[in-house]
Write a protein that binds this ligand. Structure first.
Ligand code: NAP
Length: 562
């Protein structure tokens, strides 16, 4: 098993609530990132429900609160990586970077928290440790690590999809005399790399973003790579103010287009086939999109590169040719060439000077596919070919126990004490990625089985928050006591999620989408690959036809626990 990163902060509150007192609220929301913040606003301010949010960090922001590693920024362009629910908010916020950096996103979320007085509904420095459904009272009994005991009719998880970091279980870490950090639990005061010999393990999004910055800041950097990556230049720049003006004049349409699009971006996807154009024409298009940068290469080149292996090969080979062009040392270039999976089958990456970084004199690349890291030593690490390396700092950019890991950190039990961990032992099972059988009145924001991580997250988060809050309003108006998912609806949805995934390239890589990065995790494709627009339509159809697939039980007076 992998080591799970412990997320804690030195300033963590020592205050313990009176553990004998149980309070009651209409809803408990777990997490205060994008999802929990908006859920609080909807439930507390729009529906007038008593709502308690618990957040393990000392501030709002979720992912953007924790991921403070050098180079951390979002791959969605800033003007669409934000809430759309409030026109004034859209108009008053001015992004400075085309791809927003972590500090700017966190500043934005703090602004949102102030603007809608969200902090008053959030208890910080508090992790929910348990949530048990009580079959007698029809209430959730929620416990926190600060000693809180609270009952609630509804529990909404807003815990993020990628929020439980994993450090591979390599013997010896405790003996390491230098400093080590996981990218997702980065010290708030930053890390001074000046004059230091640094190792970065991992070349996913976090590695690809941090490696060029750490290379500049450190004396020497060694990158340990298991799987080479396809990554496209982001072409990051300051936001063009004229462009921003135009965006603001058309925000409603832009956001609407994002909501019905395939991936939550206001762009048209190409429907052209890579196989129906000449080699010259295809190469010219790839070149143009490479120069423009960002996800356009994936979305706007050829529609079939996501579903047809031969079409995909043309894009994959183009990127390999670019790596050979950029990286001067042929041996290093060779090691960087991704060959064991098609482009886009792992999370697509965009970068700033990633490949170019390997031309620096102070950067080395070590391929650990064939000779894995065998041991962390007091002074560094040793690989399976017997090579020893010495470091002052080790950076684990080794990813997350995604989609399910954070659920399993909570002792979550539903009807008759069934544990979510047991129910999902062969992979997550949900209806729409929002609810799961035997866990009544529990709603998940961007849970497994929804577009979530395959989309521009704020778009999917808003859709879920609004759908869940509309559903809760509907249930309240009808005085429904509990709502649960029918086993048939869940089975059918899980099957549909799998069927759609089978048609994509995603099944051809060992990725965290499939749980392949966590030893022992079942190989199941967890997000929904059918697209944001199609998914939204399905959700809307369900909402407008009295929520088929859900069992609404008769109202009965909830009995408050002592
Ligand atoms: P990741 O994509 O899972 O990458 C982890 C890296 O660590 C991979 O290179 C992986 O190699 C390597 N690794 C894992 N276990 C290892 C082991 N035992 N030995 C050697 N290498 C090992 O994690 P991430 O980079 O933190 O990104 C996770 C997700 O967060 C992203 O896919 C993205 O969705 C999100 N994210 C987004 C942004 C953004 O918007 N810009 C930034 C950061 C993160 P393998 O490939 O061989 O498994």
């Amino acid at each position: 098993m992998a080591r799970i990163v412990t997320w804690s902060e030195p300033e963590r509150s020592t205050k313990m609530a009176d553990s004998t007192a149980t309070k009651h609220v209409d809803a408990v929301v777990i997490g205060a990132g994008f999802a929990g913040m908006y859920m609080l606003k909807k439930l507390r301010d729009d529906l007038g429900m008593t709502t308690q949010v618990y957040e393990r960090g000392s501030g709002v922001g979720g992912t953007w609160f924790w991921n403070r590693y050098p180079g951390a920024r979002c791959d969605s362009e800033s003007y669409i990586y934000c809430f759309s629910f409030d026109d004034d908010l859209l108009q008053e916020w001015n992004w400075s970077g085309k791809y927003p950096e972590q500090p700017e996103i966190l500043e934005y979320l703090n602004h949102v928290a102030d603007r809608f007085d969200l902090r008053s509904g959030i208890q910080f420095n508090t992790s929910v440790t348990a949530a048990h459904f009580n079959d007698d009272t029809n209430l959730w009994e929620v416990e926190t690590d600060q000693g809180d005991r609270v009952t609630a009719k509804y529990v909404v998880t807003a815990i993020g999809c990628i929020s439980t970091g994993q450090i591979p279980q390599i013997p010896g870490l405790d003996s390491f005399q230098g400093d080590w950090h996981h990218t997702g639990a980065w010290p708030h005061e930053g890390v001074d790399f000046a004059g230091k010999r640094v190792a970065v393990i991992g070349t996913g999004s976090s590695g690809v973003q941090s490696i060029p910055v750490i290379a500049r800041e450190s004396e020497h950097l060694t990158v340990f790579q298991r799987t080479p990556q396809y990554t496209i230049p982001a072409r990051h720049e300051n936001v063009d103010q004229e462009f921003l003006k135009e965006v603001k004049a058309n925000y409603t349409e832009i956001m609407q287009q994002s909501k019905v699009s395939f991936a939550g971006f206001p762009v048209e996807f190409s429907e052209e086939s890579a196989l129906e154009v000449s080699d010259e024409e295809r190469r010219a298009k790839f070149e143009e999109l490479w120069e423009l940068g960002g996800f356009r290469f994936l979305f706007q080149s050829y529609g079939d590169i996501a579903v047809d292996r031969r079409a995909n090969d043309t894009a994959s080979e183009f990127i390999r040719s670019k790596i050979r062009e950029i990286v001067k040392d042929p041996d290093t270039a060779e090691k960087l060439l991704p060959r064991d999976h098609p482009f886009g089958s792992k999370r697509a990456l965009i970068d700033t000077n990633y490949f170019d970084t390997y031309n620096r004199d102070n950067v080395d690349l070590v391929d650990i596919r064939h000779f894995p890291i065998e041991e962390i030593t007091p002074t560094g690490l040793r690989t399976a070919d017997g090579q020893e390396y010495e470091f002052d700092v080790i950076v684990f950019a080794t990813g997350y126990d995604a989609m399910t890991g954070t659920f399993f950190n909570i002792d979550l039990t539903g009807r008759n004490g069934v544990a979510l961990k047991d129910k999902w032992s062969e992979g997550p099972k949900t209806y729409l990625g929002i609810a799961t059988t035997e866990f009544p009145n529990l709603f998940m924001i961007t849970g497994p089985g929804s577009p979530s991580v395959l989309s521009n997250m704020p778009v999917s988060i808003e859709q879920h928050v609004e759908w869940v809050s509309d559903f809760i309003e509907y249930l309240s108006e009808r005085d429904v006591a509990t709502v649960d998912v029918t086993p048939e609806a869940e089975e059918e949805w899980v099957q549909h999620v799998n069927d759609v995934a089978e048609q994509t390239m995603y099944m051809l890589a060992d990725s965290w989408y499939l749980g392949a990065n966590i030893p022992g995790k079942p190989r199941v494709f967890m997000p929904y690959a059918g697209g944001v627009g199609v998914y939204r339509e399905r959700c809307e159809e369900i909402a407008s036809t009295d929520y088929p697939g859900f069992i609404q039980s008769e109202a009965k007076e909830p009995v408050l626990a002592d």
